[in-house]
Ligand binder design. Structure first.
Ligand code: NAD
Length: 373
């Protein structure tokens, strides 16, 4: 089978880490007999420099002709003279607008943020060992295009007093489509789904819970439960091993997914996916463009490589291949290979120290590709 994949390396460490994920996909293609055809396109600051726009029409065209998109990251440092020009313009023309434009243009309403504690990196977890005896492995599915961040808002001065408001609106269609995605993901994992809301206070949460239960009637094999968002924030640090698939609205998901990523202790390891109603998705690491280490060859490519695994699973339905990538990452960690950001964490026989504080981005890509097949 032939698959079209758009590569959008973006800025900062983006080109370095996307190169390694491509290497891993090429190895998967060789081992499992798939033809991946890659087309590279510009986004973010790199696109601004070349065309004046953070999301050129040409990029959208290439993306629309592809089965899925693998992205690096966009953005620079507004205080750094090398990238300050990207920020001295209308916010709609800044690098980050490229990412928002992509989400809007492709109707990407479901954001998947897995958080997994590798046994080999358990020392990086900021929680006490007793709190995570068996580690944790969860996916937070965040609604991405509705709710509080997109409702009517304003600031006024009434009788000399300043007031501001933001409105949270959801309709049942928006809730239903993200719930369907979350149930589908639960079917591919442990058949457990937790819906998080603030049902005791918010009307949007009451509708949310009703619609999620209606969708649940079509998935009798999935055990559905509900939790208030404040309790969820506590439980994530009290017993993260109890979570599997979590679905929640835009703002709650924004906060909870950052909390879940923090307790893994390693930002360079976390993938993400943004999906629409079809199989199409944009896959990218959860971290940013890390301008402080760009061009040094020391960035950790694992989050991007794991994003490629999600691409295989959710856009191409290649579950065995996705698992092969995840197993290869684990094998590399087990053998003691570490990039600088995780150097010294649970390493075998001080390998990272012997390598002068960690292996390079390219070496990590080679090791992981070498663990496949
Ligand atoms: P960041 O995630 O880029 O970096 C935070 C810290 O983590 C830095 O010290 C960085 O060196 C380190 N880090 C991040 N990824 C790493 C990796 N793979 N390997 C090793 N170390 C890694 O966050 P930031 O500094 O707040 O943002 C930098 C830029 O990225 C900004 O322009 C921001 O707008 C942008 N950004 C983009 C995205 C995206 O494209 N989706 C997401 C977040 C931030």
């Amino acid at each position: 089978m032939e698959y079209q994949i758009a590569l959008l390396p973006g800025d900062g460490i983006g080109p370095e880490i996307v190169r390694e994920a491509k290497k891993v996909l090429e190895k998967i293609g060789n081992v499992y007999g798939h033809a991946f055809s890659f087309r590279e396109a510009l986004v973010g600051g790199a696109a601004i420099d070349a065309t004046g726009a953070p999301l050129p029409q040409e990029t959208l065209r290439i993306v629309r002709e592809s089965n899925a998109v693998l992205m690096g990251s966009v953005g620079g440092d507004a205080k750094n003279p090398a990238t300050a020009r990207w920020y001295q313009v209308d916010p709609k023309l800044r690098p980050e607008a490229g990412l928002l434009g992509l989400r809007k243009g492709l109707g990407l309403f479901a954001n998947l943020r897995p958080a997994y504690l590798y046994p080999q990196l358990a020392d990086a977890c900021p929680l006490k060992k007793e709190t995570v005896p068996g580690g944790f492995d969860m996916v937070i599915v965040r609604e991405l295009t509705g709710g509080l961040y997109f409702g009517e808002r304003g600031t006024q001065t009434v009788d000399g007093v300043r007031r501001a408001f933001d409105t949270c609106v959801y309709d049942e269609k928006e809730i239903r489509r993200v719930a369907v995605k979350a149930f589908d993901i639960a079917m591919k994992r442990g058949r457990k789904l937790l819906s998080v809301d603030k049902h005791n206070v918010l009307d949007t949460s009451r509708l949310w819970r009703q619609v999620v239960e209606e969708v649940g009637a079509d998935y009798p094999q999935v055990a559905l439960s509900h939790m208030y968002v404040d309790n969820c924030a506590m439980q994530l640090v009290h017993d993260p091993g109890a979570f599997d698939v979590v679905v929640t609205d835009n703002m709650f998901g924004d906060i909870l997914s950052d909390e879940a990523s923090m307790i893994t202790g390693s930002i360079g390891m976390l993938p993400s996916a943004s999906l629409n109603e079809t199989k199409f998705g944009v896959y990218e690491p959860s971290h940013g463009s890390a301008p402080d280490i760009a061009g040094k060859g020391i960035a950790n490519p694992i989050a991007t490589i794991l994003s490629a695994a999600l691409l295989l699973r959710y856009s191409l339905d290649l579950e065995e291949e996705a698992k092969a990538v995840e197993a290869a990452v684990e094998k590399a960690l087990e053998a003691g290979y570490r990039t600088a950001d995780i150097a010294g964490v649970g390493t075998v026989a001080g390998q990272a120290a012997a390598d002068g504080g960690g292996i390079s981005t390219g070496q990590m890509g080679d090791v992981i590709a070498g663990c496949i097949g």
